[in-house]
Design a protein around this ligand. Sequence first.
Ligand SMILES: Nc1nc2c(ncn2[C@@H]2O[C@H](COP(=O)(O)OP(=O)(O)OP(=O)(O)O)[C@@H](O)[C@H]2O)c(=O)[nH]1
Length: 333
Amino acid sequence: MPADALSFNEKQFRQLIDTLWSQTLNPMWVCKVVQDDFEMVSANEAAFRVDANQKPGVLLSDVVKKSGHDNSVLAGYFTCLEKGEVVEFEQRPFVHGKEMLFRTLLVPIKNSRGAITHIWGTAYNLSDLLDAQLSLEQDKDALQRKLTERTQQLHAARRTLEELATKDSLTQIANRQFFDENLTRAVLRANRGKEPLALILIEADYFKRFNQRYGMQAGDESLQKIAQVISQIDLRQDDVVARFSGNTFAILMPNCEASDAERIAKAALQRVQELKIPHETSEVEGAKVMTVTIGVAVSPFGQITSDSLFKEGGNALDIAKASGHNCVRMTVL
Ligand SMILES: Nc1nc2c(ncn2[C@@H]2O[C@H](COP(=O)(O)OP(=O)(O)OP(=O)(O)O)[C@@H](O)[C@H]2O)c(=O)[nH]1
């Protein structure tokens, strides 16, 4: 017996137990085994602080019901009774609205005949662990939110960068670099599949004079309007409209027959004229508005290079200019 080992007499040992019972921060209680239930015999201060319903004489099933404890609590007592062994389990009661974590220990107390008459219980308050776990989870959530936010920002920045890299800053349509990349791919595809490929070059007429007469700002605005109407023509998804350079625009049309390329070119010619941008100094006959001249090169069965397609498109454009501007000329390779 520990009291002997410590050379305590029974009175001293009793005092020790009393002090422990009243001073410990761990709840402690004793229940009596009754018919199909357990009756509270005694509970220390720490136990009352957690659950004031544990009054002497009250049935444990009532305490569980009143205090809203989990049913597994009662089950733990029955296991202890049936097995005659120490039982341990976790409890998460709400005390004054706050979730607590206890590791509960139930110890059977036997009489001289070995029958269990009482169960002694104690609980270790592990709520600090629960708080730490909760705060860790909150930190994790906050971190996750931050991460999602940063990832979205990164994606948005990447999209902006991609757009900046592929768009012409003045007109907001595709730029030369984007056009060239697409042209390389389209030429490869046309040659491999022996498919048709069309290139349309569109140049704003007498643009130098326009700038001189109306100013660079007006020149910029007219380029923006031309880009807008050209890109609104009924094109297919694979077609690319770009500002090629200065006052020249280009449309790349993969898998496009000569007749379709001509239709699109004529639509562009008409849409620009319909803008009715005043251009007094234009030398285009009968037109005192902004017009365009268009050269089209069509390769019907592949067997081309980007350079040859451009050369032919440029030649068609020169022929169109020589024919008085404001018209479409085509070359079929
Ligand atoms: N406002 C403005 N003008 C530009 C821009 N890029 C090029 N230009 C001008 O476009 C003009 C193109 O002139 P040219 O290539 O000589 O041809 P053109 O005056 O259109 O004459 P034609 O080809 O015979 O119709 C130049 O004066 C360039 O300064 C631009 O971004 N904004």
